[in-house]
Write a protein that binds this ligand. Structure first.
Ligand code: PLP
Length: 450
């Protein structure tokens, strides 16, 4: 930590932004942004439109037959990568005990932990971006046309073609898994630049798919920067830029319309009288930002998106709260960015997402690592769900809303409205965690619950 941050002494920062003091003490925080705007005013600030999401959804559909061919487990959904939406009433009850307050309304979970191919939310954006890149190369080379059956890409000829090209990414783990597995399957030379806190099993899994794993002692931002530099020097290389990618972002955004369909099929109403709160674990911001963009484009002012981060890595909260976005990192303020939630271990938020989405996101919360483990244990005990630490971060969300009268008053969430509300915690990952590691998460959480 330096004496000054952006040329300003720490004491001045704390005077101007009082939440920085408890943030530095790693306290759990909730901050509802007073500057949020109506969706109609804020959506145009994103710089992407519904047409971009349509385009992404259409591309995913073109690739669906190919995905069924190469990943047979996607056959059940005809090659569309989507996850279950489930009610979690037993967990709701148990969490109400844990947080000491009954939750009016209903709690749901979106099980991206069960997304095919890579078992996390990264199967949305990460796989999408690789497919987009592959499609553009294949179209340009005349290997396919837009109207073709994309199973043509599951041939030695296509794999040889893609084999001339490299795909690289910097990742804390799950993005690397998604990009690496998808790239290697298409035939690309894939390399994943990983920080030291990435789990060993993720590195092993990638290597078993023929992916080159480059490890860094330092954190995720350095891994990203190195990967980016290497790819820049090589005209045959393509770098998936987690901090700035619009392609990742629209891939994630497709989730919004699909979720609307799922709620409809379960006869859940979302309108002005029935608000939907969605709690999204946030790392660099692309995943939750893209999903939130998709949700706002479907549900407008009736959906309320709230990001959740570990107390050790509250980069998006810090960036939006101070208005400095990617000009500041949590480390600048003496916060260590060391957390069991490896998918969220990011010290500097995406400047693109922070700026584009700031007026569309109602708030930000932070969660202690021990709480993440307790939530993992509660979900296992009550609902037999298995998720990873990052994926647990959204679950305290509804109780933070309950605790903040200013926020509820500002939006007119009175008692009757809260009783009709739908709360959705996005359970972003866990499907690929080896059984022994999952068992140790659950054991740790059970022990912490006492
Ligand atoms: C990456 C990840 C997130 C957050 O996505 P970002 O794009 O980094 O904000 C959340 N949960 C899990 C399990 C992840 O792997």
């Amino acid at each position: 930590m330096s004496e000054t941050i952006l040329g300003k002494p720490l004491t001045d920062w704390v005077a101007e932004f009082p939440l920085i003091a408890p943030m530095r003490e790693l306290q759990e925080l909730t901050w509802f942004n007073p500057a949020v705007k109506a969706t109609a005013d804020a959506l145009p600030e994103v710089g992407l439109t519904v047409a971009d999401i349509d385009d992404a959804a259409a591309r995913l559909k073109r690739f669906a037959p190919y995905l069924v061919d190469v990943f047979p487990e996607t056959g059940r959904s005809a090659g569309i990568l989507e996850s279950p939406l489930v009610g979690v009433p037993a967990a709701q009850q148990r969490l109400a005990q844990h947080f000491g307050a009954d939750l009016p309304g209903k709690l749901w979970a979106k099980l991206d932990s069960q997304l095919p191919i890579s078992g996390s939310i990264k199967a949305r954006g990460g796989i999408y971006e690789v497919l987009q890149h592959a499609e553009s190369l294949a179209l340009e080379a005349g290997l396919i046309t837009l109207d073709d059956d994309y199973r043509k890409l599951n041939t030695d000829q296509a794999r040889e073609f893609f084999g001339q090209y490299k795909v690289a990414v910097g990742s804390t783990g799950n993005l690397g898994l998604s990009i690496g597995i998808m790239s290697a399957q298409l035939g690309f030379q894939a390399s994943v630049h990983m920080s030291s806190d990435a789990r060993q099993w993720k590195k092993d899994r990638l290597r078993s798919h023929g992916v080159t794993v480059v490890e860094y002692e330092s954190d995720y931002s350095v891994a990203v920067a190195q990967g980016r530099e290497e790819a820049k020097r090589d005209p045959m290389a393509y770098f998936v830029d987690d901090e700035n990618s619009k392609s990742l972002f629209v891939g994630y955004a497709v989730a919004g319309r699909r979720l609307a369909g799922q709620f409809q099929s379960l006869d859940v109403t979302v309108d002005e009288r029935h608000p939907l709160f969605v709690y999204l674990p946030c790392g660099v911001g692309g995943g939750p930002g893209g999903v939130a963009f998709g949700l706002k484009s479907v549900f407008g002012d009736n959906v309320h998106c709230i990001f959740s981060e570990p107390t050790h890595s509250p980069c998006m909260m810090l960036g939006v709260y101070t208005g400095q976005h990617d000009a500041v990192s949590v480390q600048d303020f003496g916060i260590d960015n060391v957390t069991a939630a490896d998918g969220l271990a990011v010290g500097r938020a995406s400047g693109f997402v922070g700026t584009a989405m700031q007026h569309l996101l109602d708030g930000y919360l932070s969660v202690d690592d021990d709480e993440l483990y307790r939530i993992i244990a509660i979900l296992k005990q009550t609902e037999d769900l298995e998720i990873e630490p990052s994926a647990a971060a959204g679950f305290p969300g509804p109780w933070r809303v309950l605790a903040d009268a200013e926020y509820r008053d500002r939006f007119g969430f009175d008692e009757a409205t809260m009783a009709r509300a739908t709360h959705l915690a996005w359970a972003t990952g866990g499907g690929m965690v080896p059984p022994a590691e999952m068992a140790s998460y659950i054991a740790k959480g059970t022990e912490l619950l006492g």
